[in-house]
Design a protein around this ligand. Structure first.
Ligand SMILES: Cc1cc2nc3c(=O)[nH]c(=O)nc-3n(C[C@H](O)[C@H](O)[C@H](O)COP(=O)(O)OP(=O)(O)OC[C@H]3O[C@@H](n4cnc5c(N)ncnc54)[C@H](O)[C@@H]3O)c2cc1C
Length: 368
């Protein structure tokens, strides 16, 4: 087995380590900045790097197909880039493609279907290509290689690697510009910041408020099944065992109890903030900052604070008269900590240090 990981600007895709571990440490990195990506990869004993430039799935598939042919199973993370390259690779290699798997082995794969409720076993009768869902497998100590060998991939493009595709010209769309992702539209699985709403947000007005506040904080909006079932959010925004698996650096839960089916989709969040009237619900227990407060009122207070703040700019600090100004911390794009604790006075009381949330919101190096 071998894992193929698409690298863009030296950044690994979501699920890179899991795919590398599933392939037993045999990895091909392809794209731009593969050296930096090899350094960042934790799993992977034999890493071959092909510095292939900007994303060109058609050209890459045609060139990689003969090189990968010796491997019965080729696995890619089901990240956006991986989902783009995998079918082209399968077609170029003349193999079946198994998508949305949670486990892959030489004898076949297990795919999660029907919203994750059914696990279907694919029994391989021939070599195949598979995509592995990020966040399902995880990696353990046993997956970390004792030694790492990184080398350039021994590959020869029929066109000599011309950026316009040369011999494989016409296989790819021409990239005119790469724009930053829009948090409102991006795949939740990739989102570094998520503001999520649950039954504690009563109606469409509350969710409109959540949208507005999330936009200023550069966050994507998600929610519980209660929110999606009642039509307040599209199903693509449902986080949980039957929704999307997410791995954000910052997760802010408004009126969410933290049922296991919801938190099952929340993998290794960097920092969790929870706003809830029930101080002892599971979501509050797992929060770094737990605010016992009315969630719609907190959102209204935040909306007032950010009303005059254009997206991407730093909201003004709201230190009440006589209060001690907040400690100086590293620069950050947004300032949820002090405003949540004191601004607008929605009756909030903090039960944990909120510094984590502030620094997470202003963090850099958020993965694709
Ligand atoms: C097979 C199966 C699969 C499922 N899959 C998923 C899934 O993928 N994702 C998912 O999310 N759920 C899933 N569920 C549903 C899950 O079990 C819970 O019912 C759901 O997550 C609860 O959503 P909630 O937290 O919004 O609502 P509730 O559990 O009703 O919690 C609402 C919370 O809001 C708080 N609250 C109320 N009013 C306020 C207020 N004014 N201010 C602040 N807080 C307030 C309450 O204290 C409570 O903690 C699944 C269930 C089943 C059976």
């Amino acid at each position: 087995m071998i894992a193929v990981l698409v690298v863009q600007g030296g950044t690994l895709p979501a699920g890179a380590d899991e795919a590398a571990a599933e392939a037993g440490g045999q990895v091909v990195l392809v794209g731009d900045g593969t050296g930096a990506a090899a350094d960042a990869l934790r799993c992977g004993a034999e890493v071959a790097c092909w510095e292939a430039g900007a994303f060109a799935p058609g050209r890459w598939a045609a060139t990689l197909a003969p090189v990968l042919d010796a491997h019965d199973v080729v696995v890619l993370p089901a990240s956006p880039d991986g989902r783009d390259l995998a079918p082209r690779l399968a077609a170029a290699m003349g193999r079946p493609l198994v998508t949305g798997t949670v486990r892959v082995d030489p004898a076949g794969a297990v795919a999660a279907t029907h919203g994750g409720r059914v696990h279907e076993r694919y029994v391989a009768r021939e070599p195949f290509v598979a995509t592995l869902e990020p966040g399902c497998r995880g990696v353990g100590v046993a997956d970390l290689p004792a030694e790492r060998h990184v080398s350039p991939l021994d590959i020869e493009e029929p066109d000599g690697g011309e950026p316009d595709g040369g011999g494989h010209a016409g296989l790819d769309a021409e990239i005119l510009a790469v724009t930053p992702p829009d948090p409102a539209a991006m795949d939740l699985a990739e989102s570094p910041r998520i503001f999520a709403g649950g039954a504690g947000l009563g109606d469409a007005d509350d969710f409109a408020l959540l949208d507005r506040v999330a936009e200023v904080f550069g966050a994507s909006v998600g929610g519980t099944r209660v929110a999606t079932d009642s039509g307040l959010l599209p199903h693509s925004r449902q986080i949980g065992t039957t929704g999307v698996t997410v791995r954000p650096r910052l997760y802010v839960a408004f009126g969410i109890s933290g049922a296991v089916q919801h938190t099952g989709g929340l993998h290794d969040p960097g920092h969790v903030v929870s706003v809830n009237l029930d101080a002892s619900c599971p979501m509050m227990a797992m929060a770094d900052l737990a605010l016992v407060a009315d969630a719609p009122a907190v959102l209204r207070a935040l909306a007032e604070i950010v009303a005059t703040t254009p997206p991407g700019a730093t909201p003004p600090r709201a230190t009440p008269p006589g209060a001690t100004p907040p400690r100086a911390t590293a620069p950050r794009a947004t300032a949820p900590r002090d405003e949540l604790a004191s601004g607008g006075d929605p009756g909030a009381s903090s039960s944990a240090d909120a510094g984590a949330a502030g620094s997470a919101a202003g963090g850099t190096g958020e993965g694709r």
